[in-house]
Design a binder for this molecule. Structure first.
Ligand code: FMN
Ligand code: SF4
Ligand code: SF4
Length: 434
């Protein structure tokens, strides 16, 4: 059986599945049960300064986007950092770490952007014996209006400054958690690295309003008729997160910086995708909140089975393997030509592919007698829309034309050589360079 043991910044955990900083990690009771269920590590719910804890709303704090089967696709929240006293959290962290030395216990922190505030809290966290800290520069609601969370994460200079304070005043690994509510994720990641961060984790939640009640005209979740923007997470944000992870992994300025991948991880496959794009561990929140702690067991067995099938003995065998395959559009092979092919035995004659292609793509699907649908190669641009909308998996395939074949759409012979936009005759820049 494959070895899922993970070593991230020198912190060992029995598997790469960590719970993200959020309600699942808000207290000792939860974290103990999570470890018993099999989670490899946790990032404790974000701690704030000493003193009266923050106060959450006393009404609904979550909103949701459901799929047609009521599966949770996206979760929105307006929750703040922990609303329990600092001392209570620190005591619990110390007890849990002592009882579970083989699991990763990371403490998430958010205090005001003043060096003294960080100097006050860091020694107290160090005393707990936790394996490291994660700086919450990501929450987009409630705390950001107080100059913390994403208000820091949106200013690279602040990220660098606070990271440096933490590195100077704490001797274990410092992970910087990034907000996706920014134009180009590479800048905050570079700032974290320049400040001495040992790793980045991403993404925190996406600023959002999930819905509006059309009777009361209040955004949901509604507190006495008013709503506020919240943070969006769950399966819906995974593509945003994967792209941001990939951007950091392939940026020459941050390449090699360890990454903990977060955002919509629900199955082992999601985790493997983050890891293939360079994440050394993954963190999970919505899937645990939706399905409970035992969801990790399917993640562990699924990843292990897949690794066995592929011949990977340890996770390091595949971490980062997809990174060299992420490229800029201009380097994609324009001599790669494909056509859609419909498997008539699988087709249920619903006509979705026809409607999609006829109305919004290239009029390349013909409806013949008895609702037999066929692809007209002389029109098909291989856009993949029919594959995406077809309700039957594997019914439509994209099949590559071989070099030497003629593309009936363009009348050109398919070339064997790779050719991209940078040298294409239609590219004015390519012509200017000649
Ligand atoms: C209710 C809720 C509370 C959260 N609280 C925190 C927090 O205190 N600190 C933090 O860094 N992230 C917090 N997050 C963000 C998660 O740690 C995570 O980054 C995000 O949910 C994306 O992961 P997911 O798609 O697996 O949920 C919270 C998320 C949710 C849903
Ligand atoms: S791949 Fe695109 S153009 Fe070709 S048949 Fe499908 S929808 Fe039409
Ligand atoms: S969408 Fe799929 S199942 Fe429906 S008609 Fe087209 S090929 Fe057949």
């Amino acid at each position: 059986m494959a070895d899922l043991t993970t070593e991230f910044l020198g912190i060992r955990s029995p598997n790469p599945f960590w719970l993200a900083s959020a309600p699942p990690t808000d207290k000792e009771y939860n974290v103990r049960r999570a470890f018993e269920a099999g989670w490899g590590g946790v990032v404790w719910k974000t701690l704030g300064e000493e003193g009266p804890p923050v106060v959450n709303v006393n009404g609904p704090r979550y909103g949701v986007i459901h799929g047609p089967d009521r599966r949770v696709l996206g979760l929105n929240n307006i929750e703040l950092i922990t609303d329990r006293p600092l001392e209570m959290n620190l005591e619990e962290i110390a007890r849990v770490k002592a009882d579970y030395p083989d699991r990763a216990v990371i403490v998430s922190l958010m205090v005001p952007c003043e060096e003294q505030a960080w100097k006050r809290i860091l020694p107290r966290v160090a005393e707990t014996g936790a394996d490291g800290i994660e700086l919450n520069f990501g929450c987009p609601h409630g705390m950001s209006e107080r100059g913390m969370g994403s208000a820091v994460g949106q200013v690279p200079e602040y990220i660098e400054m606070v990271t440096r304070w933490c590195k100077e005043n704490y001797d274990r690994p410092v992970i910087v958690k990034l907000t996706p509510n920014i134009t180009d994720i590479r800048y905050p990641a570079r700032a974290a690295k320049n400040g001495g961060a040992d790793a980045v984790s991403l993404i925190n939640t996406v600023s959002s309003i999930t819905s509006v009640n059309l009777d009361t005209f209040s955004p949901e979740p509604s507190i006495d008729g008013k709503g506020s923007h919240g943070g969006y997470c769950g399966p819906a944000v995974k593509p945003i997160a994967l792209n941001m992870v990939a951007e950091i992994a392939r940026d020459p300025e941050t390449a090699g910086l360890p990454i903990s991948g977060i955002g919509g991880v629900t199955t082992w496959r999601d985790a493997a995708e983050f890891m293939a794009l360079g994440a050394g561990t993954v963190q999970v929140c919505t899937a645990a909140m939706t399905y409970g702690f035992k969801v990790v067991q399917e993640m562990v067995s699924g990843l292990s089975d897949w690794m066995d099938a592929k011949g990977y003995a340890s996770v390091s065998d595949f971490v980062g393997r997809a990174v060299p395959n992420v490229t800029d559009w201009q380097y994609l092979n324009l001599n790669y030509v494909a056509k859609a092919r419909i498997d008539q035995d699988k087709c249920i004659k619903c006509g979705r592919c026809y409607a999609a292609c006829e109305d919004t793509s290239h009029q390349a699907i013909l409806m013949k007698e008895d609702r037999v649908f066929e692809v007209d190669d002389s029109e098909c641009v291989a856009c993949n829309l029919c594959v995406d909308v077809c309700p039957v998996e594997g019914c439509i395939d994209m099949v590559r034309l071989q070099p030497g074949e003629v593309d009936p759409r363009t009348g050109r012979v398919v070339e064997a050589e790779y050719g991209n936009w940078t040298t294409h005759p239609n590219n004015p820049m390519a012509r200017a360079a000649e």
